[in-house]
Design a protein around this ligand. Structure first.
Ligand code: ADP
Length: 445
């Protein structure tokens, strides 16, 4: 009964909508036709004409009420969407290709401290940035004007994700930009979704600060323990079993020290103060030297090491030798540790197909990485199950550090692998100085 009543109310509501007006206008017209027919025509013709009129009336009613319902539903959906956008905590701005602001939600008012009535319809130009009140908006619309800008996506691809940071007042914004297609290319518009990440970044920073302070504090005592163990080891009166205890304590201590060093590196990288010093590097000689240093260890482990040299001379790369050494040492170390007895390692250098880049790969015939783990091995602290079973020691920080070092060189790093067959780690480095990022930037948290 209740359902029937609500249907009836809905029907009445639709009948009152403007789209149904043609039907109401048609009814008196039909009545006049019926009356004229009854007076001036014979009954069969009058009946036929009136019937036809009723049919047309029914058609008008059917189409107009259907249009009315569809329009009403569309308006309701639009209103709902508008309410959602208006109550979002992310700022939403829409502007046209001339940077004229077409949409501005309340969150945009609170982030930019500019009211909708001031901004709507205004054509934003870089010169507006000279006005303090407009500066933030200008730097968001033209991100290259912001003090710190980190692009999270490749240029020219949409949606564009950019992180912007401002001092005084401290503000961290993530800006997502996408084109909104209009009916023609002339009506092309852009939407920007802006999230205030200041609190999030500050929490991550204080967590990072804690790790940095704790690591700093730990480094001193752990180094002292190392010295004490070395002194003990040099004691000639030490019996065999005590010596073996001291040796295993020394290696555990070294492992702990290397984890502490890695944690310190991670916090410097994340804060953008690892400190890079780029210079031209003869990459072939550089790699030859590092590979050579691993040969005694490889011999001990029964692993063969090959260096696949390029057939043509290679251009120089622009790199920070000390940091690049960390990357290659980590890849070589992993290729040794996760290899099998009698396994092989092949290091290859070549001009990348994607010019102007150089590609270095380190291939091993070891335990490999499952497809699921392959997606995660460059994340902080991640260690795959098979690796943890095979080699208990390891921090899961090496590849995270390596990938970030390569990123700061303007290159890329990735891996391919087959479980129980082996892995290949690739990295690229630019041979054109222009592709090396000019400034070290804090990492996305
Ligand atoms: P760690 O080696 O200290 O665990 P890394 O960051 O260097 O840390 O490596 C992260 C994880 O990636 C390793 O724990 C392992 O699961 C996987 N991995 C790295 N290199 C190899 C490799 N050559 N073969 C198989 N697994 C690897």
């Amino acid at each position: 009964m209740g359902k029937l009543l609500s249907r009836w109310r809905e029907f009445k509501f639709i009948l009152a909508l403007p789209e149904v007006h043609p039907f109401w206008l048609f009814i008196p017209f039909l009545a006049v036709i019926a009356a004229l027919g009854a007076f001036f025509l014979d009954s069969i013709t009058a009946f036929f004409i009136t019937g036809l009129g009723v049919l047309v009336g029914m058609l008008i009613f059917f189409y107009s009420s259907r249009t009315a319902r569809a329009n009403y539903e569309m308006k309701a959906e639009l209103l709902q969407m508008q309410n959602i956008i208006m109550s979002l905590s992310d700022a939403i701005i829409v502007y046209d290709k001339d940077f004229r602001v077409l949409f501005w939600n309340p969150a945009a008012e609170s982030i930019f401290r500019l009211e909708a009535k001031t901004v709507m319809g205004h054509k934003v130009t870089p010169q507006d940035g000279q006005n303090d009140a407009w500066r933030l908006l200008v730097q968001v619309i033209f991100p290259s004007l912001a003090p710190v800008m980190v692009s999270q996506t490749e240029s020219g691809t949409y949606p564009q994700i950019t992180d912007l940071a401002f001092e005084e007042p401290l503000l961290h914004l993530r800006v997502i930009t996408a084109p909104v297609a209009g009916e023609t290319t002339r009506t092309l518009r852009f939407i920007k979704i802006i999230r205030d990440r200041t609190r999030e970044v500050l929490i991550m920073k204080s967590k990072n600060d804690f790790i940095t302070v704790a690591s700093h504090q730990l480094r001193g005592p752990v180094t002292n323990i190392g010295w004490a163990l070395e002194t003990l080891k040099s004691d000639k009166n030490l019996d065999e079993s005590s010596r073996s205890v001291v040796e295993s304590a020394t290696s555990a201590n070294q492992e702990m020290l290397s984890i502490i060093e890695d944690l310190l590196k991670v916090s410097k990288i994340e804060e953008g103060r690892f400190g890079y010093n780029f210079e031209p590097v003869d990459i072939l000689r550089f790699v030859e030297k590092i590979v050579g240093e691993f040969l005694p260890q490889a011999r001990q482990l029964g692993v063969k090491v090959y260096l696949d040299r390029p057939s043509e001379p290679l251009p120089q790369v622009f790199a920070d030798g000390e940091k690049l050494r960390m990357v290659l040492e980590n890849l070589m170390d992993n290729a040794m540790r996760y290899n099998v007895q009698g396994g092989e390692i092949t290091v290859k250098i070549k001009q990348s197909e994607e010019k102007p880049f150089m590609e270095i790969s380190v291939k091993d015939t070891g335990i490999g990485i499952s497809p699921l783990d392959l997606e995660k091995i460059f994340s902080k602290f991640y260690r795959a199950d098979n690796a943890m079973k095979y080699k208990t020691e390891g921090s899961g920080l090496g590849l995270y550090i390596a990938k970030n070092i390569i990123r700061s060189h303007g290159g890329q790093m990735w891996a391919e692998s087959e479980l129980d067959r082996g892995s290949v780690f690739y990295l690229t480095l630019p041979t054109d100085k222009k592709l090396v990022p000019a400034k070290e930037v804090p990492l996305e948290y």
